[in-house]
Design a protein around this ligand. Structure first.
Ligand SMILES: Cc1ncc(COP(=O)(O)O)c(C=O)c1O
Length: 365
């Protein structure tokens, strides 16, 4: 990333304008949950409502879901705005912020936009993208105000354990820094449900939403978990950004949260099916290298031969299939595969990806 202050997101622009394809493996969320399945009646909705700093029924449900008190919950327009608010509340221009590498591009771009000095710690592919807290301890400075990471990790899907997070929290504490954990993918760890890292210490801040794990992106139901004083600062800061949320969105979010078990079960079934198809793609392949997480929607293999950008163009042109080129995650020899889509489409897309890899290999032998 250049030293100039970011005023756009290269990844989001690409995702919005160029990622779509008939066979789409470039998404990172579960396929859209249909409004019809929420069984909402028109009389359940209203244009305006009693929202001030939060809409009480939504605050109550989010706090219950997360096992926290309501004064720790700040509603935000998706995890995107949650990340922005959290960083803007903590970072002054010139402060050091320590961010995982690779990471979700907008995390870097928001930090840059805020004028922070960006330092990095590595998540190495040959270590299954795990975080080495010792690396963080070596890189943190007295001027570091914030450490940022995603859990599950985007782009690899790697899970960070509570033990590692606790150590990161302790390291941050010694420098008076906070730890921002973007948990937008964490609810997809179905077989060993994870506690939010918010519970690991008072210097943890968590951001998340109903977008990725539930297929409810359009609700923009995101939130931040922070200690009450900091939460209050974020609410006030949000008055400079969105100020007030879309009230019908709040009402629909309440409806969705009341049906979350059902929505979750659908996502789990979908991912179980799609992960089998992904496993079949990888089995016996020697042209792709890398860690595969048993959780979440994304995986980030390394293409062992040739240019990934050229391969992605070839895959799209000849096989009508899209993946995310690794350059958006600062790892141009990798690409990201997302398996949250419709199972029939995903199975066909993965077959096409396999055929493209075969043809790519033949062309290079
Ligand atoms: C790590 C991460 N954080 C935040 C977001 C944005 O999520 P939302 O739709 O909740 O704003 C994404 C979307 O891809 C993401 O991968």
């Amino acid at each position: 990333m250049s030293n100039a202050r970011a005023v756009a997101s290269t990844y989001l622009e690409w995702a919005k304008l160029h990622s779509a394809a008939k066979y789409n493996l470039a998404t990172s969320g579960i396929m859209s949950y249909p409004l019809a399945e929420l069984h909402v009646a028109p009389q359940d909705l209203e244009i305006n409502g009693p929202t001030v700093y939060g809409y009480a029924p939504l605050q109550e449900r989010l706090a219950r879901k997360c096992g926290v008190t309501q004064d720790c919950v700040v509603a935000a327009a998706g995890t995107a705005m949650a990340n922005h608010l959290a960083m803007a509340a903590l970072l002054e221009p010139g402060d050091d912020v320590l961010i995982e590498q690779p990471t979700y591009g907008p995390v870097l771009e928001v930090a840059s936009y805020l004028g922070a000095n960006i330092l990095r710690f590595e998540r190495r592919p040959d270590h299954d993208f795990q975080i080495d807290p010792g690396d963080i301890a070596r890189r943190i400075t007295p001027n570091t105000r914030l450490i940022c990471l995603t859990n599950l990790h985007n782009p690899s899907g790697a899970l960070t354990s509570e033990e590692t997070l606790t150590r990161i929290g302790e390291i941050a504490q010694r420098s008076g820094a906070h730890v921002l954990v973007d948990e937008v993918y964490l609810d997809m760890v179905y077989d060993q449900p994870m506690r939010s890292s918010f519970h690991l210490g008072t210097n943890f801040i968590v951001t998340t939403s109903l977008t990725k794990a539930y297929g409810l992106s359009g609700l923009r139901c995101g939130w931040i978990l922070a200690q009450p004083d900091l939460a209050k600062r974020m609410w006030r800061l949000n008055d400079l950004f969105g100020a007030s949320p879309v009230h019908p969105g709040e009402l629909l979010s309440v409806v969705a949260l009341d049906q979350l078990a059902k929505i979750n079960a659908r996502a789990r079934t979908l991912l179980d099916t799609n992960r089998k198809a992904l496993d079949a793609l990888f089995s016996g392949r020697s042209d792709l290298d890398g860690f595969r997480s048993p959780w979440g929607t994304v995986t980030f293999p390394c293409l062992k031969s040739g240019s990934v950008d050229e391969f992605c163009d070839f895959l799209r042109a000849r096989y009508e299939t899209s993946v995310v080129p690794g350059r958006f995650f600062e790892m141009p020899d990798h690409f990201r595969i997302g398996i949250g889509g419709d199972p029939a489409m995903t199975a066909e897309a993965l077959k096409r990806l396999a055929a493209a890899l075969d043809a790519w290999g033949v062309a290079r032998s």
